[in-house]
Structure formats: structure tokens, C-alpha cells
Design a protein around this ligand. Structure first.
Ligand SMILES: [Mg+2]
Length: 339
């Protein structure tokens, strides 16, 4: 006789169960906790939005409605394709650069060089040399600059106002939960390796703090207040009324992300709305997926999308969530020992 299970069987639960709560990487993080569920929801939500949106990247809303006319004019299934000719469930630079950053944060702690920006830059180089399926121009330019002269940031540049630093910052939020100073310092350091622009900086910090509030489990009213207060204090990003652009310019990206997130309470509805705006749909999808995934938790993500994600992505994301949250647990003897 088997005991009745309290959880529906989905691929996600298989992965979480395989993540071995007794293993060393999870020794300070309870994988059944609400925090772990929200953090995993955020990271898997990022990957799901990336995989869904990549199919329609660079298209206009009108083109999407035309191409998906047989499905009611709406793109809502993870099917791959797009200009990158992706396999179904394949993710792009949004997810793979996040994983590279997460690996760098983890290896920095393992080497007793916590939050070493040079290690992060080296990880971006390794990611780029691994021939990722795509790489934004500003990211490429920053990586090449680092390779050429070793500098960890370039001068402030008008052309650096894209969303490439914002799209990959989730691991920093997880690794520094409970330490706002470290969060802002590491976020700006990783961002400026490739993007040095005041609007990129503001978005990286602002969206990061909103994510952290959601990860900490604030209620819907409080989250809405935080979101509107941030937009009021940073008027370049005001999203009400919604201007309707979803390009890689970080202002357009943030407006689409916050509009989608606040107007659509269900994870799937929020992500589907964002990616059907077209343009930089993989990144808007990823960032809405991140916020909405933190709101609903991993166990509420759409199973039919999760089964589409490539297994190596599911596994890498799940492993990083536990390990990064463990870094954020403060004041253990191991983490406070001097180098
Ligand atoms: Mg992308």
C-alpha cells in the first residue's frame, strides 16, 4: 500500500524531489519551504518566459496575431522556432547568462572570493566562448572590452541603455536576500561589466527590490504599492497608462513587464500578454515570468510548459536556487570565516 501523495505529480516535483534535501547544497535551505517555492518559481518562470517569448522575438503584435490566427491570434505554447530556430523548450541568453552569473556567485563563495566581479566577468567570457544561441550587441561589446583591457566596467555610454544587465540579475537577488547593501553593490558590479547607463542601473536595482519583496512573500496590495511607488520615484519608467512598446530599450522593457505583471494576476496570463507584445519578447517574457513566478510559486507554474523546458535547464535552475539561497543565509560559521 502506498501513502497518498499530497502533491500532484508533475515533472517539477520530480526534479525537486531529486534535488535531495539531505544533500550538502541544501543543508541550510528547506526545499519544502515557501521561500524555496517562490525562488524556484521565479527562476523557472524566467526560463519559461524566455522559451515562450523567443518564438516571437522581433515580431510585431500584428504579425503575431496573423501567424497565430489558427490559435485565436495568440501565441501561448512553448514550441521553439523563431528567428533563432530554437528547439521546443530551448532557452536563450536571458536564462543562460543568468546561469553563468549564478555559477560565478557560487564559485566565488567556494573559492572564498565572495562576489568577486572578476570571477563574474570571467564567467561571461566563458559563456560567450561557449557559443550561446544568441548574444546582445552591448553584452558582446562589454565582454570584448574586458578581454581586451581587463576593465570591469566601461565609461557611461548612451548606447548602454538596453535590458541585458537587467535580464540576468535574478541570481544576485537570491544570493543576497536579507542584505540590501550587498544586493545593490553586486547588482551594479555585474551590470556594468556590459551596461553602464543610469537607466539600466535604476532598472536593475528597482526591479531587483520588487523581486525581493515578492520573494519575501508580501501580499498583493503591498506589492502593488511598492511597484507604483517605485515608478513614481523613477518617472522614466512610468507604466500607467501603458505606452505599448516592448523593445530591448530598458525603459520599454520595464514598462511592459510591470504593466503585464500588475494587470494579470495569473502567471500564464501575465507572460502571454507580455510576449504577444512582440519585439524583445523573450526578455519581457523572462522578466514577467520571474516576477509572476515569485508571486505564484513553482508548484503553480503551468505543467504543460514545464514539461517543454529542456531537462538540463530544469536541473540547472533547480540546483542553483537551493545553492544560491544557501549563500544568502547569513552568519553561519562557514560563511563568516575570514579568507
Ligand atoms: Mg534572449
Amino acid at each position: 500500500m502506498t501513502e497518498p501523495t499530497r502533491r500532484p505529480a508533475t515533472p517539477l516535483h520530480t526534479v525537486v524531489d531529486r534535488a535531495d534535501p539531505s544533500g550538502a547544497r541544501f543543508d541550510r535551505v528547506d526545499p519544502s519551504s515557501a521561500l524555496f517555492d517562490r525562488a524556484l518559481g521565479a527562476y523557472l518562470g524566467l526560463a519559461l518566459g524566455d522559451a515562450l517569448g523567443a518564438t516571437v522575438e522581433f515580431m510585431t503584435p500584428r504579425e503575431i496575431a496573423h501567424d497565430f490566427a489558427a490559435r485565436g491570434g495568440v501565441h501561448r505554447e512553448i514550441v521553439g522556432g523563431g528567428w533563432l530556430k530554437l528547439a521546443p523548450g530551448q532557452v536563450t541568453d536571458d536564462t543562460t547568462m543568468s546561469l553563468a552569473l549564478g555559477d560565478a556567485l557560487l564559485s566565488g563563495h567556494a573559492q572564498r572570493r565572495p562576489f568577486d566581479t572578476g570571477l563574474i566577468a570571467d564567467a561571461f567570457v566563458a559563456w560567450w566562448r561557449g557559443k550561446p544561441v544568441d548574444c546582445g550587441n552591448t553584452c558582446r561589446r562589454g565582454i570584448v572590452r574586458y578581454l581586451r583591457d581587463g576593465s570591469l566596467q566601461g565609461p557611461m555610454a548612451d548606447g548602454d541603455g538596453g535590458n541585458g544587465a537587467l535580464m540576468r540579475n535574478l541570481p544576485t537577488a537570491l544570493a543576497t536576500l536579507g542584505d540590501d547593501e550587498a544586493f545593490e553593490r553586486v547588482s551594479l558590479a555585474q551590470a556594468r561589466i556590459t551596461h553602464h547607463h543610469p537607466l539600466s542601473d535604476a532598472a536593475v536595482i528597482g526591479i531587483g527590490h520588487l523581486l525581493r519583496a515578492q520573494l519575501n512573500g508580501v501580499d498583493a496590495d503591498t506589492m502593488a504599492q511598492h511597484t507604483r511607488a517605485w515608478a513614481a520615484a523613477n518617472p522614466a519608467f512610468r507604466f500607467e497608462p501603458y505606452p505599448g512598446r516592448a523593445s530591448a530599450y530598458v525603459v520599454d522593457t520595464v514598462q511592459t513587464v510591470l504593466h503585464s505583471f500588475t494587470q494579470h494576476k495569473r502567471f500564464e496570463d501575465a507572460v502571454v500578454f507580455a510576449v504577444n507584445r512582440g519585439e524583445d519578447a523573450d526578455t519581457t517574457g523572462a522578466l514577467v515570468g520571474m516576477l509572476a513566478g515569485a508571486r505564484c510559486g513553482a508548484r503553480a507554474l503551468p505543467p504543460r510548459w514545464l514539461v517543454r523546458l529542456q531537462p538540463q535547464t530544469l536541473r540547472a535552475v533547480t540546483d542553483q536556487v537551493g545553492a544560491l539561497l544557501a549563500l544568502s543565509t547569513p552568519l553561519t560559521p562557514a560563511s563568516t570565516a575570514p579568507p
